[in-house]
Structures are given as structure tokens and as C-alpha cells.
Write a protein that binds this ligand. Structure first.
Ligand code: F0G
Length: 381
């Protein structure tokens, strides 16, 4: 990145690696450049030596990794003169689509499962002015409908079957390599449609095939600052590990799941759209799929919030829940460098967070004595 200029989003930063032209109007909200936070307190309790990081994608403009894909998908939709976009969503895609459509000045239609999306996500689609279509069916039914309707109406699909989505999302892998100087040994992600795990693998592969060559010239915008400019960086790629919620784990069953159920509503998906690609990612990277129960997911969400100060939504905690288990059992060996993607912000789903917070809420009179008592009763000893 050119450090003399303001950061204006991932397309501008990685424009040499993305399908945009000089004259393309970029639809951006400053997405990307999210922090890679090294966990300090949780690893200490594991009794294992690992370098464990979380990539906090909840800090994107609409609070999830979807913004990386949406900036690309909406930029291309506008370039192709589309006047409307559409998606099926468990909530985050619709939030991002609604925001980027608002920014672009085009219409947005979102098809969501009735009653099964977190409150914050519904609020986002509504406030950005999307036309919200709640169906009496789940995400998979919505996705099937969106594909059909796009054949009959002039709307551009911005789900991850839109290849520009994955192009935008691959940039998270670039950022991780830039931050660490090398690729991690393991990259753990929650898996729903499996678009994101596929996008990360594209990013790591592009990077590893570019490094070692003289790519400095090819990467003009960054002026030597981005991952591609540094030919000396390791050519390694991580093992990609995909974690699913046990009630919505088609990759573990080896077949589609018709009635997916999980507290992690973002990944309540039984018919993943990137099925073939994700199996290829697993094979090529030497990684694996595993499943986490709802209890494990919520425990990891809470652990992260209480011990590290990082608040992610339940689906996001699936990556950490799985990684912690695989570190404990040794499947992820000691001395590994591990990155877990936290796909969405915890504020997306306040209801679940409040429900599982056991800390007491003290209702007292507005008097000094009453407040002081609570403080002294609860001081650490
Ligand atoms: N985590 C969160 C918070 C998500 O919202 C999603 C997907 C995933 C993980 C899984 O990513 O589908 O690429 O494997 N959410 C989509 C949506 C389905 O509609 O917001 P994936």
C-alpha cells in the first residue's frame, strides 16, 4: 500500500490482483485491513505451545467478511450496468449487499429465512433500504429461488456463486501473509456455503505462485509494501481446516443435509454452493473438515469474549472451537502457527450473547452505598 495515501479499501490496495480496470468506478466502504490478533490468555490455558491468531473480520464496515466479496461483486454489477442485485442469505450477505447497493445507488432484494436471522443483520438490511423477502423456508430454499428468479428478472446475484465475490474475499489471505511474513501452518474457518474457504485458498495459491518471481514490477500500486512485492516470503501454503456446526454439517456427512439446525444461524446451511471447490481445497491443502456442537461453539464464543476481549458471532466462534479441540488432541501439532477467521461481529446477534451471559446484572437504588456494595462484593481477591 502507498503509505502516503489514505487506505480506501481492498480493491484499491490489490487492484493489480483483481479484475478491475483503471476507469472502473469502485464501490467501496473502506473494507479489509482487519486486525490479526494474537491470542494471549487462551493459549496459556491449553498447556500447548502454539502461535494462535484470530483474523477479526467482524471489523469490516458491515461487521462481516462479506464486505470483501461485496465490494467486488457490486463494483462489477455497476460496471455491467445492473440496476438491481439479489441474494439469499442467513443475514450477513444481505447486510453487506444492502449497504453496498445503497452506496452504489442501485436496488437490493434480499431473500431470508423467516425468523432465523439474527436481529442485528435484519436491522442492517432494513435500514439500508433493501427490499426484504422473508420466506417460509431455510437458506437453501432461498438460494434455489434466487437462482430461478435471476433467470426471469434483471437482477444480478451477489451470493458467492458470483465469482467476483471470491475474488474480493481472497484478499484476506494476502493480508495474513503480509502481517505474518509467511503463510500460517493452519488456517481454520467456519464453513457454510464454503465460499470463504475456497476464496482463501485462491488467495494463498495466487500468493505462493507469485512469490519467488520478480513480482515487484507487476505490483505497482503498493510500491513494494504488499505481499506480492516481497519475493523472499515463504512459498508455503496453510492446511485449510473447515469447521461446521454439527446440525448443519454436509461435509462431514458426505452428502447434502435437508433440515440443517444450529444456534449458529449464519451457517445453518445444508446444501453448500461451493461443494466441489471445498473438497478440492481440503485435498490440495492437506487439511480436513470437522464438526462442532452448538455447546462447543457457544463456549468458544464466550471464552474469546471473556479471556481475550474479542466479541464474535456464534458462527464465527466455530473456527476457534474446532481449532482448540484439534490443538488439544494434537491433530494440530505444537509449535504450529494457526489462524482462525472470525467471520462476523458479536453485535450482529445480541440475543444469543445476552442469553449465554451468566454474569449477574445488579439492579440497585441510585445511591452511593448501594453501588459501593456491589463494587466491594465483586472486587477480585
Ligand atoms: N460465518 C459467518 C458469520 C457467515 O455469515 C457465513 C455465511 C459463514 C461463516 C460461512 O461462510 O458460506 O463462505 O462458507 N453466511 C452467508 C450469509 C451464507 O448469507 O450471510 P461460507
Amino acid at each position: 500500500m502507498n503509505h502516503t495515501s489514505r487506505y480506501t479499501g481492498l480493491i484499491e490496495k490489490y487492484r493489480d490482483r483483481l479484475p478491475v480496470k483503471k476507469e472502473t468506478r469502485l464501490i467501496s466502504l473502506g473494507e479489509g485491513a482487519t486486525p490479526l490478533i494474537r491470542l494471549q490468555n487462551i493459549p496459556r490455558t491449553l498447556g500447548k505451545q502454539v502461535e494462535l491468531y484470530v483474523k477479526y473480520e467482524g471489523l469490516n464496515p458491515t461487521g462481516s467478511f462479506k464486505d470483501r466479496g461485496m465490494t467486488m461483486a457490486v463494483t462489477k454489477a455497476v460496471e455491467d450496468d445492473s440496476r438491481a442485485i439479489i441474494c439469499a442469505s442467513t443475514g450477513n450477505t444481505s447486510a453487506a449487499a444492502a449497504a453496498y447497493a445503497a452506496r452504489a445507488g442501485i436496488a437490493c432484494f434480499v431473500v431470508i429465512p423467516d425468523g432465523k436471522i439474527a436481529q442485528g443483520k435484519l436491522a442492517q438490511a432494513m435500514i439500508h433500504g433493501a427490499v426484504v423477502i422473508q420466506i417460509q423456508g431455510n437458506f437453501d430454499a432461498g438460494m434455489a429461488l434466487v437462482k430461478q428468479v435471476a433467470d426471469e428478472a434483471p437482477v444480478t446475484i451477489v451470493n458467492s456463486i458470483n465469482p467476483y465475490r471470491l475474488q474480493g474475499q481472497k484478499t484476506a489471505a494476502f493480508e495474513i501473509i503480509e502481517d505474518l511474513g509467511v503463510a500460517p501452518d493452519f488456517h481454520c474457518l467456519p464453513v457454510g456455503n464454503a465460499g470463504n474457504i475456497t476464496a482463501h485458498w485462491i488467495g494463498y495459491c495466487e500468493y505462493s505462485s507469485a512469490s519467488g518471481k520478480n513480482v515487484t514490477a507487476a505490483c505497482t500500486f503498493c510500491q513494494g509494501q504488499c505481499a506480492f512485492a516481497n519475493g523472499a516470503v515463504s512459498k508455503s501454503r496453510p492446511k485449510m481446516v473447515g469447521y461446521q456446526a454439527a446440525g448443519a454439517a454436509p461435509f462431514l456427512r458426505g452428502a447434502m443435509v435437508d433440515n440443517p439446525e444450529t444456534v449458529a444461524t449464519a451457517i445453518r446451511i445444508g446444501h453448500p454452493q461451493s461443494w466441489d471447490q471445498a473438497w478440492k481445497v481440503k485435498e490440495e491443502s492437506g487439511g480436513w473438515f470437522a464438526e462442532c456442537t452448538d455447546d462447543e461453539i457457544l463456549t468458544a464464543q464466550k471464552l474469546l469474549a471473556e479471556k481475550e476481549g474479542v466479541f464474535c458471532e456464534p458462527a464465527s466462534a466455530t473456527s476457534l472451537a474446532g481449532a482448540l479441540r484439534d490443538i488439544k488432541t494434537g491433530r494440530i501439532p505444537e509449535a504450529s502457527r494457526v489462524v482462525c477467521t472470525l467471520t462476523g461481529h458479536g453485535l450482529k446477534d445480541p440475543d444469543t450473547a445476552i442469553k449465554q451471559s451468566t454474569g449477574p446484572l445488579h439492579k440497585v437504588r441510585a445511591e452511593l452505598g448501594a453501588v459501593k456494595k456491589v463494587i466491594f462484593d465483586n472486587m477480585p481477591r
